[in-house]
Design a protein around this ligand. Structure first.
Ligand code: HEC
Length: 455
């Protein structure tokens, strides 16, 4: 009598049919084939015995080899999937096949079940998505924007549409800024009017950001293999107040500290250079990245900096000194963008393998991970309430709850969506693409609200 009922239940909920693999039936046979010749009682390479769950959890000379939850947090999984700095396992052999890796991944993510009827362990990384609004730092008075900017003396000539690789929205006012060649264009989102152009003499605009109080805009970029600079513009007057940096290659990532005392720049030179805004002097350099730096952001409290590179290196370090950067492992196929959640508790990462990751910088692990965009996730932004906007190589932009549950999307962009942003009251999403278009869309139903022109 029970059987038909169970079958009907399984049919109705297909997810239940895919039981999490268990150690005895699925994992141990794989370990026997590939690992126990070197990791068994009496022959424990690196002190690691892989013949039972307790021993695997205890791990080897460098500690626990599996932690229930996101697989990329487990050294054992990183070793077999060839992720991060772990010694590749089995040594001197090809990587195990994808179906085998999937079994290990599902076993770890399913809570290290010992047998088919055994109990799963609770995942160690728990995502807390509540945000304390007191941590957000809204300005006491509304920002009064420059109403109109003078036309540039010599308008930048452009023969073809540039991909818009820089886009930012003001955190506290209905204003957006869009990058182009030698200029950034300010848009008033309330009136729908273009306010005007902010010149950027150093070259292509690669990074745009508003200061945390919304009064300054940071424009950074330059010329490939030649020079990189950042300009700070006061958006209440439209005037540039500082030009900082003398990098020898274009700036690809930049941020201004929340107290506006420090400016961090990075790019193909693989160095993070942190400058003092007051006098433009170099405060320190971080030499940890092994590939192009693609993302830099100060934590909302200004105490830390996170930076990421094309080779998946992700580091967090004290903003005051840059000393002893802590490596966070587990990103796959490169960091494309990163953003601190507004309460500073976790970091969001857009990764080359298509996933969006939520990283806990204190525990140095991954709290959540999901596939956001096939073929690569390129951009990521947080709303003030912790919702997440992503863009990627699939030409869509998607809205997610803080735990990765999909809410809505806007599609049909030309090629990839390079940058995404929420408007000041988190009702509209923005995304920019290859063809130079920027769309604003309704986050509730995915419909298009407006289009901004970058040039
Ligand atoms: C030919 C022998 C050999 C095989 C087969 C082998 N390993 Fe290893 N393993 C080693 C050695 C040697 C080390 C130490 C590497 C080092 O630290 O340089 C090691 C280290 C490790 C570590 C790091 C332990 C720690 O705490 O530092 C893990 C995890 C690991 N192996 C997992 C595996 C898994 C999983 C397999 C099977 C897919 C496997 N190994 C297959 C020899 C082997």
């Amino acid at each position: 009598m029970v059987r038909p009922l169970l079958a009907a239940l399984l049919l109705a909920t297909p997810l239940l049919a895919a039981e999490a693999p268990n150690f005895e039936d699925h994992v141990l046979p794989l370990l026997r084939d590939h690992c126990v010749s070197c990791h068994r009682p009496g022959k424990t390479r690196a002190g690691l015995d892989l013949t039972n769950v307790a021993a695997i959890e205890k791990g080897g000379s460098s500690g626990a080899s599996v932690v229930p939850g996101v697989a990329e947090n487990s050294p054992l999984y990183r070793a077999i999937a060839h992720i991060g700095k772990e010694e590749a396992m089995p040594p001197d052999k090809d990587r195990l096949s994808d179906p085998i890796l999937k079994v290990f991944k599902a076993w770890i993510e399913g809570g290290l079940k010992p047998t088919a009827s055994g109990l799963a362990k609770k995942a160690s990384a728990v995502l807390d998505i509540a945000i304390d609004p007191a941590t957000l730092g809204a300005p006491k008075e509304p920002i009064v924007y420059v109403k109109e900017l003078p036309a540039p003396a010599a308008p930048p000539r452009q023969t073809r549409a540039l991909p818009v690789s820089a886009l930012a929205t003001n955190p506290w006012a209905p204003v957006a800024v869009v990058g182009g060649h030698r200029e950034a264009v300010l848009h008033d989102l309330a009136s729908g009017k273009r306010i005007g152009s902010l010149p950027f003499e150093p070259g292509d605009v690669r990074v745009l950001r508003f200061s945390r109080n919304g009064k300054l805009v940071l424009i950074a970029g330059g010329k490939e293999t030649a020079s990189g600079k950042a300009v700070l513009v006061d958006v209440t007057t439209g005037k540039a107040i500082a030009t900082i940096g003398d990098d020898f290659d274009v700036v690809l990532a930049a941020d201004l500290s929340p107290d506006q005392s420090l400016l961090a720049l990075g790019g193909p030179e693989k160095l993070v250079r942190v400058y003092r805004v007051a006098d433009g002097s170099l405060a320190y350099t971080v030499k940890k990245h092994t590939d192009f730096i693609t993302a830099i952001e100060f934590s909302p409290d200004g105490k830390s900096i996170a930076s990421g590179d094309r080779a998946s290196g992700l580091y967090v370090y004290p903003a005051a000194s840059g000393t002893a950067p802590a490596l966070i492992e587990g990103v796959v196929d490169g960091v494309h963008q990163l953003a601190w959640r507004p309460d500073g508790k976790v970091l969001g990462v857009a990764a080359g393998d298509g996933s969006a990751l939520i990283v806990d910088p204190e525990k140095r692990n991954i709290a959540a991970k999901w596939e956001a965009h096939k073929r690569g996730c390129l951009s990521l932004a947080f709303a003030k309430d912790g919702r997440i906007l992503t863009g990627g190589h699939d030409g869509t932009t998607r809205l997610w709850k803080g735990d990765g549950t999909k809410v809505s999307e806007n599609s049909g962009y030309a090629g990839s969506t390079f940058r995404v942003a929420f408007n000041h009251n988190d009702s509209e999403g923005f995304a920019s693409d290859w063809s130079g278009q920027v769309r604003g869309w309704n986050l509730d139903d995915g419909s298009e609200v407006r289009r901004l022109i970058s040039h």
